[in-house]
Every structure is written in C-alpha cells, then in structure tokens.
Design a binder for this molecule. Structure first.
Ligand code: GAR
Length: 222
C-alpha cells in the first residue's frame, strides 16, 4: 500500500502519549497499514505533543480553557480533526467526555482505550478502585465510543493479575505495558479491514463479535 493510500489516523491525547507513540511506531514500521496524520491535545502542556513531533507527526493543542463551553470547544476540535481527513479517530488517554454530537460525527470510527476490564470501573481512578475492592485481576479495554461514557462495544481486553504489594504506580505500569500491545492490535484490525462497527455491533473477519476478546498477560507483564 502506498503512503497516500494508507488509512489516515488522528490521535487525541491529554498527557504522556505513550499509547499514541505505540500506535504511531507500529504505523511507521509498517505493522499497521495506516499513517498518523495529526495528534491533537486538549491542553498545551501535554507531554505527548513533543513526543509526536519527535516522531515526525504534526501535533497541536486545542486547549479547553480557551472556549466558553463544551460546544464551542468540540466545534473547534472537530474542525482540526476534519482538516486532517481521518478514516479513524483514536482516543489515547484523552481525558475529556465528548458530547453526543461529537460522538455521532465519528460513529463507527472512534476508538478509545480505558484502563479497566469494562464494564467494571468506568470513569476515573480505576487502578485505585481495583486495589480498594481487593480484586485479583485488572486490565484495559479497547472499545468503540458511543454516547454512553465508557459504554461502547468492547473489541479486545488485556487482563493482568493484581499482585501482593501492588500500589497504583506498579499496577498502572503493568496495565499500560499491555495497552501498548492491544491498542495497536485493534487499530491494525481496523486498518486491514478486518474490524467494523455498525448499527448491528462489531464484526471481526465478517463474524459478529458476541463478547470482547480477552488476552491474558500474566506472564508477559511483570
Ligand atoms: C492510559 O492508561 C489510558 O488507558 C488512560 O490514560 C492513560 C494514558 O496514557 N485513559 C483513560 O483513563 C481514559 N478514561 P498515555 O497518555 O501514556 O497513553
């Protein structure tokens, strides 16, 4: 596939951008037949902006505080996304709830990664919630985004053990190492045409996906 024919990705971030980098590197290496055409952060101090530029990707901020309300912010965000003409929009640590109009504009081509085994622990603070509940397993979920917060159909989950002595830092690091494997995997399925999400739900290789796929990472991630 020539570069101009490759699927176009826009990635939205708020912070470090390690998932963005994992996906961008998989594209650059040819493992994913796609090109990251633009990275957008909702804050000017997101460390991932510099990381994207180091990877040769155009990166810009649309700071939320520059807008009177969510509608005005999302209108500008959509303008900046649409300028880059993406086939797929990837939320990678984008820490903002998006409104129903925004979500509808990218229906079926908007992915997110959430640091829990959805439907468990929607929202923020997932690692602490798992520790507080004394749960023995945790993980991350890649899902299509719908108007329901962290409620869209899940494609693939990484499951990791919670170990004795874990704190938020250790547990989140374990989860993130797995995120960097499963998120590029799902983007690759989408880019190669194996994965679709329509009104009837998710299809992988032409078959409905009745339940999320789960990969166990008890050995790989220390
Ligand atoms: C990731 O762990 C991701 O799962 C989480 O933010 C982190 C971003 O890290 N996302 C959410 O909590 C979304 N609700 P990164 O900036 O290094 O990719």
């Amino acid at each position: 596939m020539t570069d101009s024919a490759a699927l176009r990705l826009v990635i939205l971030i708020s912070g470090r951008g390690s998932n963005m980098a994992a996906i961008a590197q998989a594209c650059a290496s040819g493992r994913i037949a796609a090109r990251v055409t633009r990275v957008i952060a909702d804050r000017g101090d997101a460390a991932g902006l510099a990381l994207a530029r180091q990877l040769g990707i155009e990166a810009l901020a649309v700071p939320r505080q520059g807008f009177a309300d969510r509608d005005a912010f999302e209108t500008e965000l959509r303008r900046q996304i649409d300028q880059a003409a993406p086939d797929l929009v990837v939320l990678a640590g984008f820490m903002r709830v998006l409104g129903p109009e925004f979500v509808a504009a990218y229906a079926g081509r908007l992915l997110n990664i959430h640091p829990s085994l959805l439907p468990r622990h929607k929202g923020l603070g997932t690692h602490q919630k798992v520790l507080d509940a004394g749960e023995r397993e945790h993980g991350a979920s890649v899902h299509f985004v719908t108007a329901e917060l962290d409620g869209g159909p899940v494609v693939l989950q990484a499951r990791v053990p919670v170990r004795t002595g874990d704190d938020v830092e250790r547990l989140s690091a374990r989860v993130q190492r797995c995120e960097h494997i499963i998120y590029p995997q799902v983007v690759e399925w989408f880019a190669s045409g194996r994965l679709r999400c329509g009104s009837a739900g998710i299809e992988l290789d032409g078959q409905p996906l009745a339940a999320p796929l789960v990969e166990d990472f008890d050995g790989l991630c220390s």
